[in-house]
Design a binder for this molecule. Structure first.
Ligand code: ACO
Length: 322
């Protein structure tokens, strides 16, 4: 029931290259690049998740001359908020100065699938006519939850934020799909605050870092991308030749190369920028979509598929007509 009327992005200025990482851990540019396609990632030195969220939202708003008073739904997808409460969405609403009579603001957690879940939720709100215009931001400061001594994870991620604004005037979302499974949830985890109180719950030391079983996540990701693409194509009775671009969650170039081989899709149909940003989790699809809009000359009627997959495990897709 809705159309993307604006996209925006923001990433911290500091670009940390694989060569920079060689100076602090036992790794190499060659190892990282051949296994992931990543050359550098942006790392925040002082900006919070809210700062990144705000700058990506503002980028979308200013580039497209959006009147902020028309926004009545704000959804932020993040697993690295600054606070449990207030939500990042409420903090963003306050920082943007959106203060009219009815605004609904909340955060969601679907890890790297967050933007897909956010777009699907916003589209349902708009379809029900309860809301007219939604700002959805995926934003992460993953650098604060990485164990910088664990070379198996710290080389993969970066900080950033990507935003989209959906409006109910036109219907360009042709199909949407989300899915989740608790089956393999322990392969990707990020603990929160442990239970501790004076009534028997004793303090437990728990890790504050992200953990990942890389090979299991690799297998899951290849399944999830194929499943998500197949689902929306089938819903719309389309085939892959009808699609101009696929914008996948930017986790790893090698995962995408494998999916392209298995599904017999030309690799250049997948829009990738993981080389420059690393894996920015919930931010990655928004950043990539904004880059796609800026660098490729999309024509009215071009069809694109956004695909997410991540912790939960969660996955899903949006088939969208430009
Ligand atoms: N630099 C150098 N060597 C390393 C590094 C590193 N940064 N990390 C691991 N190694 C070593 C390991 O210690 C191991 O050495 P050993 O054989 O002496 O024990 C060797 O490299 C091979 O390790 P593997 O884990 O088997 O490497 P693999 O080829 O599987 O690649 C990777 C690891 C890149 C993480 C891969 O499993 C992968 O791409 N998984 C998908 C995970 C992913 O993209 N997650 C993103 C987050 S989840 C999400 O966004 C949904």
């Amino acid at each position: 029931m809705s159309k993307i009327i604006a996209t925006g992005k923001y990433a911290p200025q500091l670009a940390v290259s694989n060569l920079d990482l060689e100076k602090i851990i036992d790794t190499s540019d060659d190892w990282i690049y051949t296994r992931t396609g990543i050359r550098k990632r942006r790392i925040s030195q002082s900006e919070s998740t809210l700062d990144l969220t705000y700058k990506a939202a503002l980028n979308a708003i200013e580039k497209n001359n959006i009147n902020i008073d028309t926004i009545d739904l704000i959804i932020v997808a993040t697993v690295t908020p600054d606070h449990f409460m207030p939500s990042t969405a409420c903090l963003l609403q306050s920082k943007l100065g959106i203060d009219h009579l009815q605004v609904t603001s909340f955060d969601i957690n679907a890890a790297c699938t967050g933007l897909i879940y956010g777009i699907q939720i916003a589209d349902k709100f708009i379809s029900s006519r309860s809301h007219k215009r939604a700002l959805i931001v995926g934003a992460e400061t993953f650098s604060k939850v990485l164990d910088w001594e664990d070379r198996g994870t710290c080389v993969l991620f970066g900080d950033g934020a990507g935003a989209v604004i959906l409006d109910g005037e036109e219907d360009k979302i042709l199909s949407d799909y989300t899915n989740s499974s608790g089956d393999k949830l322990l392969h990707l985890t990020l603990p929160a605050v442990p239970l501790e109180n004076p009534f028997g719950a004793e303090k437990k030391e728990i890790s504050r870092y992200l953990t990942m079983n890389g090979s299991e996540i690799f297998k899951f990701a290849t399944f999830a991308i194929k499943d998500s693409i197949d689902f929306v194509l089938e819903q719309c009775n389309l085939n892959i030749d009808d699609i101009a671009y696929i914008v996948p969650h930017q986790a790893n170039q090698r995962i995408i190369a494998k999916v392209a081989r298995v599904m017999k899709i030309p690799l250049d149909k997948f829009y990738m920028n993981v080389e420059h940003y690393g894996n920015t989790s919930a931010a990655s699809i928004g950043i990539a979509l904004d880059d796609l809009y800026e660098t490729k000359n999309l024509k009215s009627g071009d069809k694109i598929i956004l695909v997410g997959f991540g912790g939960g495990l969660t996955w899903g897709s949006i088939l969208y007509e430009y």
